[in-house]
Design a protein. Structure first.
Length: 266
């Protein structure tokens, strides 16, 4: 049985370096799982689009595809545009089986990547003292994602024994300027910004410039194509691909004895 193709779906950007991160993820995933068909597509600005990628895959004989949204702030619900793409693909290609996985989400192991990026930034800026942190992300996520991101900020704060406030770049919550000002109101003067972005999008650059204007001593680079990110993509893919399995339960129904499930509370 051939495994479903994995198609990562990013937001896209006018900056070619943003697309390059997705291609780096693709190459890394391909090396980790040599037998897996891995591709990347973008919703806007960059190419190829999901429809273009899927069109090529169908020509190659692929009929099962898992779309993996490259979103860090959404934990359960993917971007509506990704769901729209899946619906469109099913309409255009009736024989195609498409599954949309959970987004990457704000998983706890990404904090280690965030630390690596911030340490590098602090070293480059020759910063020796910190008394405050800002966890900066591109946008607000779904309900579960927002709750997890707030939890990650608390965990990051506890780990470094420093106060940490969150910021978002799309105007749906406190900006990085407001977060920095909030820490300054607490008497903090040496504030660093950890960028919980996958790539250096326009929103990332806007937040980074704003943070520097507000006196942040350092702003980390995005997470990029880290191994932890690739492992999460594979995990999301594997879970979603299970829903595409056809193990023939329909044929076995008449032969199976009646069974009942009991619920046990822990």
């Amino acid at each position: 049985m051939t495994a479903p193709a994995l198609v990562m779906v990013g937001m896209g950007s006018t900056d070619a370096q943003v697309a390059q991160v997705a291609h780096s993820l693709r190459k890394g995933l391909q090396s980790m799982r040599a037998g897996l068909s891995v591709h990347c597509a973008f919703l806007e600005h960059s190419s190829p689009t999901p429809a273009q990628v899927v069109g090529q895959l169908i020509k190659q004989g692929t009929n099962e595809i898992v779309l993996v949204p490259l979103q860090l702030t959404h934990a359960i619900d993917p971007d509506e545009r990704v769901l729209g793409q899946a619906t469109k693909l099913r309409t255009i290609h009736p024989d195609l089986r498409v599954q949309v996985s959970r987004p990457i989400g704000p998983e706890v192991n990404l904090l280690s990547v965030l630390d690596q990026r911030l340490r590098a930034s602090l070293s480059n800026s020759r910063v020796l003292e910190l008394d405050g942190l800002v966890l900066s992300s591109a946008r607000s996520g779904d309900v579960r994602g927002n709750a997890l991101l707030a939890r990650r900020a608390r965990q990051w704060s506890t780990h470094h024994r420093l106060p940490c406030l969150t910021a978002v770049a799309d105007g749906s919550g406190p900006s990085v300027a407001q977060a920095v000002q909030g820490l300054r109101a607490q008497g903090r003067r040496h504030i660093a910004v950890g960028s919980f972005f996958l790539t250096a999008t326009e929103l990332f650059h806007a937040q980074a410039e704003l943070a520097e204007r507000c006196g942040a001593v350092s702003v980390s680079e995005p997470l990029g194509s880290a191994n932890e990110v690739m492992e999460l993509i594979l995990a999301r893919y594997a879970f979603a691909a299970m829903d595409l399995l056809d193990i023939g339960f329909e044929e076995l129904d008449d032969d199976l004895p009646a069974r009942h499930l009991s619920i046990v509370s822990a």
